[in-house]
Design a protein around this ligand. Sequence first.
Ligand SMILES: O=C(O)CCC(=O)C(=O)O
Length: 281
Amino acid sequence: MARLEEAQVEFYHQQGYLVLPNLLTNEEMQAPIDAMKQKVSQIADELFEAGLVQDKLEHRPFEYRLAELFEGLSEQEFLKYGRSWRDRLPGYFTLMSNTKILDAVESLIGGEIFSNPVYNVRPKVPKVAAGAVPWHQDKSYWPDANSNPVITVWISMVDATEENGCLHIKPKTHCEKLLEWHNETYTGTGYTALKESQLGKNPTVALPVKAGTAILFNDRCLHMSTPNNSNGVRWSVDLRYQPIDQDRMPQHGVGFLARSYRYPNRVATLEDWLANKPERN
Ligand SMILES: O=C(O)CCC(=O)C(=O)O
């Protein structure tokens, strides 16, 4: 098992976040990237059939194809597909069950791990306001859930830079209570957001990272991301994990038992997940 070092665990608990540079290899990223490519091809087909694009750009690289498909189209055309995706494609289950990710999470919350139903594939294309995410705490999306601790594992599928809108975080804010949030009205997607006056004095840390890097953070840690000012897509995935004896948040979908030493026979398989079953019977 690839346990986190003691100093990393300590950093996470003190700062509320932890960066694991190059956690995943290109090979490990291939399955989720293939799932994303599948969805992009489906979108290209639909745009082509609707006469919105004349070229499906089949030969353009993963990092650019979706951005170029929407280059001449409106923000509303893009948002029809959602600012983040939660398709049930096998490649995402492969990623959520990745041993290295689960080992890191185990180091923080123990080996009884439930994969929370809230996961997002983020195709952050340039010039779409909803790409930039305002300051918030993830817990604002499940304020009443009795789930603690929930850990977000944010993974970059391409290099995330200050230009294409990497993640920014305010260390140590995870020790604060859940702040009163509002739903913003300028992106068309109603993100939960905090006012400038609520952000406190903690400095902001920008987190540009290479593809395959994971950023783990507590669901009360303040974070945001800036607009994508590049020509490519800032592809990322954010996954969430929690101990198995906590609220599974069915109002958000069906998560799954990802690792258990106590109930190894109940750990969900791909077939269970595809059938919306949280664990083996
Ligand atoms: O990927 C982003 O730009 C924002 C991610 C985020 O807010 C989250 O994972 O909770």
